[in-house]
Design a protein around this ligand. Structure first.
Ligand SMILES: NC(=O)C1=CN([C@@H]2O[C@H](COP(=O)(O)OP(=O)(O)OC[C@H]3O[C@@H](n4cnc5c(N)ncnc54)[C@H](OP(=O)(O)O)[C@@H]3O)[C@@H](O)[C@H]2O)C=CC1
Ligand SMILES: CC(=O)N[C@@H](CCC(=O)OP(=O)(O)O)C(=O)O
Length: 344
């Protein structure tokens, strides 16, 4: 499989390089950058010395259509919306790691991202790549919208319970925490060491762009009416997301029903590990494609509290993108991804 990567110099892009270098079917044919063309990958990332030394090329859609079977796009929002119409031709398959093709309409995207994306005809071609829940559609598509990092952990937590009608879709509150790699490699005041170290703070309260992605997917996949509050926080660590979701239980729902819904949803799903009653740590999935999920039924308040952890750069971006590539090419989902988390 010949693979091109646009945005290879970013954190998601360089994680794609790491995963694809040991994938038995993958051959990276070219890596593309916007502002660092002419340099090699090992100049930008010395940890790749003697491992991956390719030159960074200027983005050339015609060349990519000829050289690659699949292209990953790992660029800031607003970029792939412009590139995809030039790439979707012939045999080439596209996986977009950004948010440009996740929301149902260009207007909704404009409302939450404050910029333009591709036209409706391209958005309609995209399949949402939540691997565990959308595998049949993923296998058939040429354009895949890889889920956001927070939505991955949140959706995997909530879908089984909404699917079985065990919680009230209008009662959901999601409190989420992310490591700083979630904000990308570019320097900014908000991610400066002295601003984040020994501190924790919320951001984009009531207006984070992943809110409509989570609501839209919960409704599309379960048919339930959903309206939720989502609050992200930045925590002083490199990788990892912990989501804590709260929802009111429907009448008569027992601990056994909750456990049954998770067991049914994730039987045979190699990357979801169920840990009822535990307190999963981001460290326990670090560097891996796992999502660990735990739940606690609070009989006093009639609520269920669900904890989920992922590595934002792996299951939340590059790892799930490779999992989706495997599905799109008829390979076992775990190909190139069956490695152990780095611990401690
Ligand atoms: N980091 C994460 O945990 C996750 C990120 N995402 C999404 O994935 C995408 C990439 O994120 P991340 O890797 O963190 O970002 P980074 O900021 O680390 O990297 C961005 C990449 O995009 C390239 N780039 C920047 N501007 C342009 C442009 N105008 N045209 C073409 N290429 C451009 C950069 O190239 P160069 O600097 O060489 O010019 C760089 O390779 C984003 O949309 C992000 O929201 C999704 C899930 C998780
Ligand atoms: C910590 C941090 O800043 N995280 C980023 C995640 C960005 C992201 O993944 O954005 P899209 O999926 O929408 O492209 C944020 O909250 O905006």
């Amino acid at each position: 499989m010949n693979i091109s990567i646009i945005g290879a110099t970013g954190y998601s892009g360089v994680e794609l390089v790491r995963l694809l270098l040991t994938h038995p079917e993958a051959n990276i044919v070219a890596v593309y950058s916007n502002s660092q063309t002419g340099k090699t990958m090992q100049e930008v990332y010395p940890h790749l010395m003697h491992i991956f030394t390719d030159d960074l090329a200027e983005i050339d859609c015609a060349r990519i259509r000829e050289e690659a079977d699949i292209v990953f796009i790992a660029t800031p929002s607003g970029v792939s919306g412009r590139l995809v119409p030039q790439l979707l031709d012939g045999k080439l398959k596209v996986i977009d790691v950004s948010g440009d093709f996740r929301l149902a309409t260009p207007d909704l995207y404009q409302q939450w991202y404050g910029k333009e994306t591709a036209g409706q005809e391209y958005i309609d071609k995209a399949v949402y790549g939540l691997s565990e829940w959308n595998a049949e559609a993923i296998k058939e598509t040429k354009l895949l919208a890889n889920p956001g990092c927070y939505p991955t952990a949140t959706l995997l937590s909530l879908l089984p319970l909404l699917q079985e009608n065990l919680i009230d879709g209008k009662s959901i509150i999601v409190d989420a925490k992310s490591g700083v790699t979630g904000a990308g490699r570019g320097a900014s005041l908000g991610t400066h060491f002295c601003e984040v170290n020994e501190s924790i703070s919320a951001y984009k309260v009531g207006k984070h762009q992943h809110t409509p992605e989570i609501e839209q997917t919960l409704t599309q996949l379960t048919g339930q009416d959903v309206l939720l509050s989502f609050t992200p926080h930045l925590v002083p660590m490199n990788r990892g997301i912990l989501t804590t979701s709260y929802a009111s239980l429907k009448d008569g729902v027992t601990v056994e029903k909750i456990a049954g819904a998770y067991a049914k949803a994730y039987e045979g799903k190699p990357f979801v590990r169920l840990r009822p009653g535990e307190y999963p740590k981001t460290k326990e999935v670090y560097g891996s494609n796992y999502c660990d999920i735990a739940w606690h039924v609070d009989e006093r308040t009639g609520r269920v509290i669900i904890l989920a952890v992922i590595d934002n750069v792996v299951k939340g971006a590059a790892g799930q993108a490779v999992q989706n590539m495997n599905l799109m090419f008829g390979l076992p989902e775990t190909t190139g991804l069956a490695f152990t988390p780095v611990y401690p």
